[in-house]
Design a protein around this ligand. Structure first.
Ligand SMILES: [Zn+2]
Length: 204
């Protein structure tokens, strides 16, 4: 599905911030006591981002955005967790965010462990979700299985959220919110978006 004009505008802003970040020229955000007081009284985030819990994958830093601009949920493997869905419901119903992004990243530990055949560890059903993305990736017989698994895992989370979040599905159908999948290339700092896997009705 294509992005709405408003979602595209937000995405362009994020990608512009990402360019500043990876060129080592981020805007310097500083907050006076008055600024913090004003921020504490209201928030109007423009994007909701589901990202990995990885310590190197902080959306505000990667997109060079100030406090109050990104509503986020971070969970290992950026899976469609219950808390991610709750976050989305709030982002869509309360803040009417135009853009939802699922952002995976290269070198994701949650995916690497499964590729290495590590069947142990915590994670429960979420771990099966990542495993399913690994199988999807293997079926495509890619040159770079790790990267393919990262991308398939993002697409899968997009699909799960569109399927399971009533708030998101409703706003996708109304055309008030768009969802996009993206990958953060940890080695270079670049964020790139993926081809959409949903149709105009939010179906996959
Ligand atoms: Zn990760």
């Amino acid at each position: 599905m294509t992005l709405t004009a408003q979602a595209q505008e937000v995405l362009d802003d994020l990608l512009e911030g990402n360019r500043r970040f990876r060129e080592g020229q981020p805007q310097t955000y500083s907050y006076s006591p008055q600024d913090l007081l004003a921020i504490s009284r209201n928030q109007a985030p423009r994007a909701a981002i589901i990202a990995c819990a990885d310590s190197r994958v902080s959306p505000e830093l990667i997109f060079d955005q100030p406090l109050g601009s990104i509503f986020a949920s971070r969970v290992p493997g950026n899976v469609a967790s219950d808390s991610a869905k709750w976050m989305l419901d709030i982002a869509v119903n309360e803040f009417h965010v135009p853009l939802v992004m699922v952002m995976g990243h290269t070198g994701c530990l949650a995916i690497g462990q499964l590729l290495d055949g590590d069947k142990g560890g915590a994670g429960g059903l979420h771990r099966f979700s990542v495993l399913s993305a690994v199988y999807r990736a293997k079926a495509r017989r890619p040159d770079d299985l790790y990267l393919e698994a990262v991308e398939q895992n993002v697409q899968q989370t997009v699909e799960h959220l569109a399927r399971d979040s009533y708030a998101l599905r409703g706003s996708l159908l109304e055309g008030t919110t768009s969802i996009v999948g993206a990958v953060y290339e940890m080695e270079t700092g670049l964020v790139y978006t993926l081809e959409p896997s949903l149709d105009v009705y939010g179906r996959f």
